[in-house]
Design a protein around this ligand. Structure first.
Ligand SMILES: Nc1nc2c(ncn2[C@@H]2O[C@H](COP(=O)(O)OP(=O)(O)OP(=O)(O)O)[C@@H](O)[C@H]2O)c(=O)[nH]1
Length: 565
């Protein structure tokens, strides 16, 4: 019966996070907890199961089981529907691709991950991307760029992460770029950080970099004593590459000291833990050690065999190096091409946007012009209208008598002439009436000139009430008025003239309570006797008027065929 511990989902989540943070700090405990979590898998939520599968994949990759790790990682990337898990899995897959020498794919993935980095909030995921990209760049010989990514890892505060991993990455990057010696202070910083946080795998990396430098500096004893001291740790951490590096370095150090047996033993141990198809600089170095020993001992055939392995590894390693550099260049070219394409598209876009803005501006400007033109037209039309109206008003004013508002003498005469011309054509009769107020001087004298004016306006109002719209009415001067009655025969004219006279007589003016009675004498001529000549009509009407005055005023005298009256 397996010991299944049922925990609440939150407990599982806590355990998953705890297990993840122990990956490199305490690998044995990580394995124990992972086993425990694997047993709890049936009771986990979907997301927790994906997290567990990620930790299993991480472990497979850590052990060097790349085939299974890659399958699991691709499944996580494609199906977990979790951006953080997918990013971590991608970072890990990229590192596996580097390890399994699929550089083109690794750089392609690296490009995608770096491009997406601004969207990644999870610190562990960010850390992994920066960390593995830095290592990939180191493999491609891009040490400065790798160091800049390594430096960025120092700024990430992932849960459970300390300065240990960032410093270690920086250290390995500097080492790869030959910018490090064994007394560099970064060693102590990395060692202190890794010791404090208990991240023994990274501490192993630091020791291996240091022992590598001892070897480079011909301090083989120091390298051996260091490696002997850290070897139990490295074995306990079970990181395949570290064990391989440590064994190879030991072999090289013993060879330098002339301890061939120990050198052979270590070199063979390095080869033994590697798969037959593996190629690496460490395996190359291990075969070189074996070749040197066998050659020294005169075992030509064995030496030749190791030499062949050495050459194979060296070629493999060099191919590896150039493949990595090539893949990097290709990825760079690809990125550059994409960037250029993006820039081109963005430039085209900018041009289109500018074009659009210009079109909009042009449209706005033409709208403005049209609006201005319309406004100008409206203004001109308005102005012309005003001009016309004022002209008409002026003309009207010039035709009217200022006091009474009826036609003045000049206008009356010209209109009368025009009307008579028309009436003559139709053979239609007309009568010309001449009205003159009686003793008007006395009105002025008695009541003043202003009252005299009121009497004149009053007279006009009285006359208008007796006239048709077709009749022409005008002030001929002073207190004298003229009326041309169109389509009017003599008898009708006399009747109208008398109606006017009577109306004037019967309509005194009330001027401030003072009743002013007045009368008018009327003379009339008509076309039936005088014809259509205005001068003659006027003359005859005046003659009749004169007669009316002379014979006592306040009467109508019409010229007959025989003369006045
Ligand atoms: N208030 C006023 N008086 C005017 C105007 N035009 C002329 N008169 C006056 O009209 C008067 C005309 O006087 P007269 O020609 O002697 O005629 P009358 O007094 O009416 O006498 P008869 O025509 O003979 O009945 C004069 O006193 C003029 O000054 C005017 O526009 N306003």
């Amino acid at each position: 019966q397996p010991a299944v511990t049922t925990t609440a989902p939150s407990d599982t989540a806590v355990l998953l996070a705890q297990t993840e943070s122990l990956r490199t700090v305490d690998h044995p405990r990580f394995l124990r907890l992972l086993g425990q979590l694997d047993q709890q898998a049936p009771h986990m939520s979907t997301r927790e199961r994906w997290q567990l599968r990620y930790l299993d994949a991480w472990q497979a990759s850590y052990q060097g089981d790349y085939a299974n790790a890659d399958l699991a990682l691709r499944d996580l990337i494609d199906h977990s529907n979790d951006q953080v898990i997918a990013t971590k899995a991608s970072a890990l897959l990229m590192d596996d691709m580097r390890t399994s020498k699929h550089y083109e794919q690794a750089f392609e993935l690296a490009n995608r991950l770096v491009a997406n980095l601004p969207n990644i909030q999870d610190e562990t995921a960010r850390f992994m991307v920066l960390f593995y990209v830095s290592q990939l760049l180191t493999a491609a010989g891009q040490y400065d760029l790798a160091a800049s990514y390594a430096l960025q890892t120092t700024e990430v505060r992932a849960p459970g992460e300390t300065q240990c991993a960032p410093k270690t990455v920086l250290l390995t990057t500097l080492y790869a770029g030959h910018k490090l010696n064994s007394s560099n202070p970064v060693f102590q910083q990395a060692i202190d950080a890794c010791r404090a946080s208990g991240q023994s795998v990274f501490l192993d990396s630091v020791w291996l970099v240091k022992s590598g430098l001892y070897l480079d500096e011909n301090q083989a004893e120091k390298a051996i004593s260091l490696l002997d001291r850290v070897m139990p740790n490295i074995r306990a951490d079970q990181y395949h590459t570290h064990v391989l590096v440590a064994q190879t370095q030991l072999a090289q150090a013993y060879l330098k000291l002339g301890d061939d047996d120990k050198a052979r033993e270590s070199a063979l141990a390095a080869i033994a833990i590697s798969d037959p198809g593996d190629t690496s600089e460490f395996l190359r170095d291990a075969y070189q050690v074996l070749y040197s020993i066998e050659k020294k001992h005169g075992n030509a055939a064995t030496a030749l065999g190791y030499y062949e392995r050495y050459v194979e590894q060296d070629i493999g390693y060099l191919n590896n190096v150039s493949a990595t550099a090539l893949a990097y260049d290709e990825a760079q070219q690809h990125t550059l091409a994409q960037k250029l394409e993006t820039e081109k598209l963005s430039k085209q876009n900018n041009i289109l946007e500018l074009q659009q803005a210009l079109n909009t501006k042009a449209m706005e400007t033409s709208r403005l012009y049209i609006a201005m033109l319309l406004m100008a037209l409206v203004f001109i039309a308005f102005w012309l209208l005003r001009l016309k109206r004022s002209q008409m008003r002026f003309k009207q004013l010039s035709c009217l008598d200022g006091l009474t508002g009826i036609s003045n003498h000049q206008h009356f005469m010209s209109e009368a002439m025009r009307m008579l011309g028309m009436l003559e054509k139709k053979r239609s009769p007309a009568c010309l009436i001449s009205i003159d107020l009686d003793y008007f001087k006395q009105v002025n004298d008695n009541y003043g000139h202003a009252v005299g004016d009121s009497v004149l306006r009053h007279t006009v109002a009285i006359c208008r009430r007796q006239l048709r719209s077709s009749d022409l009415f005008g002030r001929l001067g002073g207190e004298e008025f003229g009326i041309l009655l169109a389509d009017c025969q003599r008898e009708q004219g006399i009747a109208t003239a008398d109606r006017i006279r009577r109306a004037i007589e019967a309509s005194p003016l009330d001027a401030d309570g003072c009743v002013i009675s007045f009368s008018a004498s009327v003379g009339m001529a008509c076309t039936e006797t005088a014809g259509y000549d205005l001068q003659r009509l006027c003359r005859e009407a005046d003659t009749a008027l004169y007669k009316a005055k002379r014979t006592g005023r306040n009467r109508v005298i019409a010229i007959s065929a025989a003369g006045a009256g």
